[in-house]
Design a protein around this ligand. Structure first.
Ligand code: SF4
Length: 353
């Protein structure tokens, strides 16, 4: 029998083990608390659990937390960690300390198959799905884990192309048997895979960010092939129909590309399609990636676009770039070179779920 890692097991998994072995039911919660809250690194440290139960645990599970194998530190204090996932692939995780908040940007896949034109991870292609344990290990294995205030699922990969494991990890992070982090401190970012979004809306209370980058169909298709399957209008209709914004925050991410999506017509169209939805737009700098013909807007143009949106009644903020000098900023994460991978062509993704 292959032993599973206890890191990544939710309460249902642990309860199944406990009851299956005739152990008292309350032990499931105790075990989970040791793994996710009390900082245990081995079954032997679970001192209020009988030796016999610990021996059984040891027989059925491994307890493996993997620390990062490498760190790079940016001049702005951002740290980019390289983690080896449990199936021996590599992923990157960005830790961004700030005055009031310390945010961790976690990955959900090794690479990505969604083919967004502005993204370095896309060049890598999809090389593996992370398990809930791999996702949680980026938090539990982080040297600064006790300082974290916010979590964003915005690293490598599309979360809703790995929905089961993402939802499981969110459940463990937010539950009182797990890390007990408020869902209001967590944001999941998606390009808009509607089946996964629907499950997320139903099962999670975390915030949602949607990568928009253009309000126009043909233009968004060129930037993000996913638009062919799940148009931005349908995504917005889904959010309006679900009353999602009444309980949680919705934001739209919008990278400003010079001469492409920065015109008054874009401001007008954004105001039109977002009318009636309580949300904000996060304007972002483009972080240039090799071989891309796209060019980012300068600070003044971004400010001007922000003002025009605000004048239309749309809350728009500008996201500060973090970690650009160590390739840790948005859209720059990739472990393709480490893996020596063969990239999946950018123009042929098959968004799944
Ligand atoms: S932006 Fe996100 S969904 Fe698009 S290719 Fe990059 S990682 Fe994948």
């Amino acid at each position: 029998m292959e032993k599973r890692n206890i890191v990544g097991a939710d309460l249902a998994d642990i309860s199944g083990f406990v009851t299956g072995h005739g152990l008292p039911k309350y032990l499931a919660r105790e075990i989970a608390l040791w793994v996710y809250r009390r900082g245990a690194k081995s079954f032997d440290e679970m001192t209020n659990i009988s030796k016999a139960a610990r021996t059984l645990l040891d027989k059925h599970f491994i307890f493996k937390l993997s620390p990062p194998v490498k760190v790079q530190v940016s001049s702005d204090g951002t740290k980019k960690y390289l983690f080896s996932s449990l199936n021996n692939k590599f992923i990157e995780t960005a830790y961004m300390p700030d005055k009031k908040r310390n945010t961790l940007c976690v990955s959900t896949q090794v690479g990505c198959k969604m083919g967004c034109r502005f993204c370095m991870t896309a060049r890598q292609g999809l090389q593996g799905q992370l398990s809930a344990g791999d996702i949680l290990n980026q938090i539990l294995g982080l040297p600064e884990k006790d300082t974290l205030t916010n979590l964003v699922y915005m690293g490598m990969g599309e979360p809703f192309d790995n929905t089961d494991e993402v939802l499981k990890s969110l459940d463990i992070i937010t539950s009182d048997y797990g890390m007990a982090i408020s869902p209001r401190k967590i944001t999941v970012s998606t390009i808009g895979l509607i089946p996964g979004m629907k499950r997320f809306i139903e099962h999670s209370k975390c915030n949602l960010a949607i990568s928009m980058h253009s309000p126009f169909d043909e233009e968004r298709k060129k930037l993000m092939p996913v638009q062919k399957l799940y148009p931005i209008d349908e995504i917005i209709q889904l959010l309006k129909a679900s009353n999602f914004e009444k309980q949680r925050r919705i934001s739209f991410e919008y990278i400003l590309f010079k001469g492409l999506n920065d015109t008054d017509a874009h401001v007008k169209q954004l105001a039109r399609i977002l009318n009636g939805l309580r949300c904000k737009i996060n304007l972002m700098h483009f972080h240039t990636i090799p071989g891309s013909s796209l060019t980012g807007c300068d600070d003044a143009s971004i400010k001007s676009f922000q003002d025009k949106l605000n004048d239309k009644g749309i809350v728009a903020t500008v996201r500060a770039s973090r970690g650009e000098d160590i390739l840790a900023a948005c859209g720059m994460l990739s472990t393709g070179a480490i893996l020596g991978s063969t990239a999946v062509p950018n123009n042929s993704p098959e968004p799944a779920n």
